[in-house]
Design a protein around this ligand. Structure first.
Ligand SMILES: *Cc1c(COP(=O)(O)O)cnc(C)c1O
Length: 423
């Protein structure tokens, strides 16, 4: 039996209806923007393996850093102990993050980074004896699959089965062009009730919703409304962080900074699961007390794993290289040219670009997230050796930054063919 056949005996895959899904493709090797399956078929990884891999597969620089760390200190508990990789990573990250971010908490994935931010907002008010127990989030948001993160997420089929068990989250519309005022007004009404501890959002680009984009000025205004009403703001940069939007962080486009930031995905260049939540001094001070019960009683066994920290430090080196910054600009320029070409296509409803992220919507009445048309598109891309995961009628590209021009052109070509051929 090959790997594909052996897989089904014991494995349960994410977001998969095993009764109807095709067998998973067994990948044997990756290099740069390319992957090869067990039959030797080559694929272009057009979505950086769920947005985690900007610097290419099997990156030697990160691998060497991980190996060096593994052979000096692979892990030590972080309760009562500390280590140099965590300290240096914190120091270097703080230089990169907005000035108001002063404290940093480690966890293992995007969902836990969000979970921690939400718990901190809620406990901050609990510690003060104020009753603010609800959260505000955007429509169609995605913040992860653990319970609090799921509560904040607004894509219904992800969360439908758990509705009764979730903390209370109220949704406001995304401030899309022309709809900003509606978003501001609804937020102002909610804010006036003094019931909300935090507003969580994906800054500038809502990834899982299908790369939905909105303007920094609108987000600035929403954050300002929250600040005026003692509602903490949480920028979930799990997808957008580390260069995806064209700047290191989407928040770098803002003039008003959020109180908390959630980072994961590209943090370790797609090597070791790790996440970070960062905070203002004010939030940290809300837990700093002689009373032990006011502490944040949250932790994970692998908190601040030194190997993960080493991978994150190496990844940050790569991100900040001038060549890497050039790559980001180059991809953006090519995306913009492709957008100009595609948005006049009769089968294209809209096309949009932010940094290295490109998305287009195919003209169709209505499409389900994992519907039939989406599956046909997905299969067409796979047959043609390109890994993309359309969302309903939305096709998006989020390539590794090191992708060669020819491979990017190939992705564009296959998208054009899909628009002609997949009906
Ligand atoms: C992927 C994602 C998450 C969840 O991260 P996991 O590591 O999958 O738990 C949270 N927020 C955003 C914006 C994401 O894109």
């Amino acid at each position: 039996m090959n790997l594909q056949e052996r897989d089904g005996q014991y494995l349960w895959h994410p977001y998969t209806q095993h009764k109807t899904a095709a067998l998973p493709i067994a990948i044997k090797r990756g290099e740069g923007a390319l992957l090869w399956d067990e039959e030797g078929k080559q694929y272009i990884d057009a979505i950086a393996s769920w947005w985690v891999n900007p610097y290419g597969h099997s990156n030697k620089y990160i691998a060497d850093a991980i190996y060096a760390q593994l052979t000096s200190l692979e892990h030590v508990l972080f309760g009562g102990f500390t280590h140099e990789p965590a300290i240096v990573l914190a120091e270097r990250l703080m230089e990169l993050l907005p000035d108001n971010q002063k404290k940093l908490f480690f966890s293992d994935n995007g969902s836990t980074a969000v979970e921690i931010a939400m718990k901190v907002a809620l406990q901050y008010y609990y510690n003060k004896g104020e009753k603010r127990t609800k959260i505000i989030a955007f429509e169609n948001a995605f913040h992860g699959d653990t319970f609090a993160a799921m509560a904040a997420s607004g894509i219904s089929f992800f969360t439908e089965a758990f509705k009764g068990s979730l903390i209370e989250v109220v949704r406001i519309p995304v401030p899309l062009k022309g709809k900003e005022e509606e978003s501001f007004e609804i937020l102002k009404e909610l804010a006036a009730t003094n019931e909300y501890a935090a507003f969580i959002f994906e800054p500038l680009v809502q990834g899982a919703a299908g790369m939905v984009m909105y303007e920094p000025a609108a987000l600035d205004k929403l954050i300002t409304i929250c600040k005026a009403n003692a509602i903490f703001t949480i920028a979930d940069e799990v997808m957008t962080g580390f260069g995806k939007t064209g700047k290191n962080f989407a928040c770098d486009y803002l003039t008003t900074q959020p109180d908390m930031m959630c980072l994961s995905k590209a943090l370790t260049g797609g090597t070791i699961p790790m996440a970070i939540t960062t905070f203002t001094q004010e939030l940290f001070d809300g837990f700093y007390d002689d009373d032990v019960n006011k502490a944040l009683f949250h932790g994970h066994t692998f908190t601040a794993n030194p190997t993960g920290c080493a991978a994150a430090l190496a990844s940050m080196d790569l991100l900040l290289q001038p060549e890497m910054q050039e790559n980001i600009k180059r991809i953006n320029t090519q995306h913009l040219a492709f957008k100009a070409k595609m948005e006049i296509h009769p089968r294209v409803k809209t096309a949009r670009v932010q940094g290295v992220i490109f998305a287009l919507e195919i003209n169709r009445d209505s499409e389900e997230y994992y519907g039939n048309f989406r599956n046909k598109l997905y299969n067409f891309f796979i047959e043609n050796g390109v890994i993309m995961r359309p969302v309903g009628n939305i096709i998006y590209i989020l390539p590794p930054y090191i992708i060669q021009d020819e491979l990017l052109e190939k992705i564009y070509e296959i998208i054009e063919q899909a628009i002609e051929k997949v009906l």
